[in-house]
Design a protein around this ligand. Structure first.
Ligand code: 5GP
Ligand code: MN
Length: 344
């Protein structure tokens, strides 16, 4: 056991008030890892509160334990969230490493007196946490949670440690952050973790169906519109991009979750190695980037669009108009051309 885990184990040997939080617009890894970790702590006798900074996509509502997750942005729940954070002795920060990813909740967490702990796999973390379970080689935060629980309970068989609901939460995170086991972040350890979860009684096919085959008809119709009308390919830069205005989102009655994953379609075009999605929402432009191989969209997001993330999956924001944001992106492409063309 390394020193961090040893100190954590000693702290967890007595019951505590614990808050778990994750990045805004949480995905299946942020929520799945939080719920899996929360369930472990509850079973150990701790009083656990899970707080999401914002609402989340409808296809994640089935995750076991979701009914108890508080949403900070939800007016009536904000006061309870603040009280829980105020009373907390430990705040666990999952699937993010910079406090700005918490939106308005970031300052509340920063100012809280509780010990902070980070479990995360993103690059370049801020140092706000006393205990850091941080590994950029991990495919998902849920994978780190799984490994941490095993480390905290040496000698206990996984099937006695992780119940089926926990396995569903952790698997949802691992499955989605690996793009259903096809990204280069998949290692033998990922498959070994999943094998253990399956031995704990997990039905993997059901989880896949609940996440990917559980969309309202409107999402598929919206996707059809985006792919047929909005996908632009620039072969000379091996780049694809899509631009969605607030009016278009309103026309399709699109909620936050319905644009999730759409950026990946750009990479399905032959020879394309970078895909970008620009979404105008609530007075700002949210950008998602995806790439393959050596081309780093994290550098692009952090260098030009106040964002970050992983080498092949990153995001950022812009306060310019959507047209100016896209023009800025287009003006950057020539200087990236060599790197884009050299991807294998
Ligand atoms: P998505 O495109 O799915 O929103 O985000 C892809 C990846 O980029 C995620 O792993 C996320 O952590 C990261 N990311 C997205 N938006 C931001 C941002 O505004 N700031 C930072 N630092 N990372 C982001
Ligand atoms: Mn993640």
């Amino acid at each position: 056991m390394n020193q961090t885990v040893e100190e954590l184990a000693a702290f967890l040997s007595l019951p505590h008030k614990i808050v778990i939080t994750m990045h805004r617009d949480p995905d299946a890894d942020a929520l799945g890892s939080s719920l899996g970790w929360g369930r472990y702590l509850s079973k150990k006798g701790h009083e656990v509160t899970i707080i999401s900074p914002t609402d989340y996509s409808a296809n994640l509502r089935w995750l076991p334990g979701m009914e108890d997750v508080l949403i900070y942005e939800n007016g009536t729940q904000q006061a309870i969230c603040k009280k829980k954070i105020d009373q907390a002795e430990l705040i666990c920060c999952l699937d993010f490493s910079v406090l700005s990813r918490l939106k308005d909740l970031g300052k509340v967490v920063q100012d809280a007196g509780a010990i902070k702990m980070m479990i995360d796999h993103h690059l370049e973390p801020e140092h706000f946490a006393k205990w850091m379970i941080w590994d950029t080689q991990a495919a998902a935060t849920a994978q780190l949670v799984f490994a941490l629980i095993k480390e905290l309970e040496p000698g206990v068989l996984v099937k006695d440690l992780i119940d089926e609901k926990q396995a569903q939460c952790l698997y949802a995170g691992i499955m989605t952050d690996t793009g259903s086991f096809r990204h280069p972040n998949v290692t033998p350890d990922v498959h070994l973790a999943v094998a253990d979860l399956m031995l704990a009684g997990l039905d993997t096919s059901r989880i896949h169906r609940l996440i990917y085959d559980n969309a309202p008809l409107s999402r598929l119709q919206f996707l059809g519109y985006v792919l047929s009308q909005k996908l632009i390919v620039l072969p000379e830069f091996r780049t694809a991009y899509m631009v969605l205005t607030e009016a278009e989102l309103a026309r399709f009655n699109s909620s936050t979750g319905e644009t999730e994953g759409i950026v990946n379609y750009g990479l399905q075009v032959e020879n394309v190695v970078m895909s970008a999605l620009f979404i105008e929402r609530k007075g700002e432009v949210k950008i998602s980037f995806r790439s393959v191989g050596t081309f780093s969209v994290r550098d692009l997001a952090s260098g030009h669009f106040s964002g970050g993330g992983h080498k092949n999956a990153s995001g950022g924001r812009s306060e310019l108009s959507i047209t100016d944001t896209v023009n800025k992106f287009l003006s950057i492409l020539p200087e990236q051309k060599e790197a884009l063309l050299s991807v294998d």
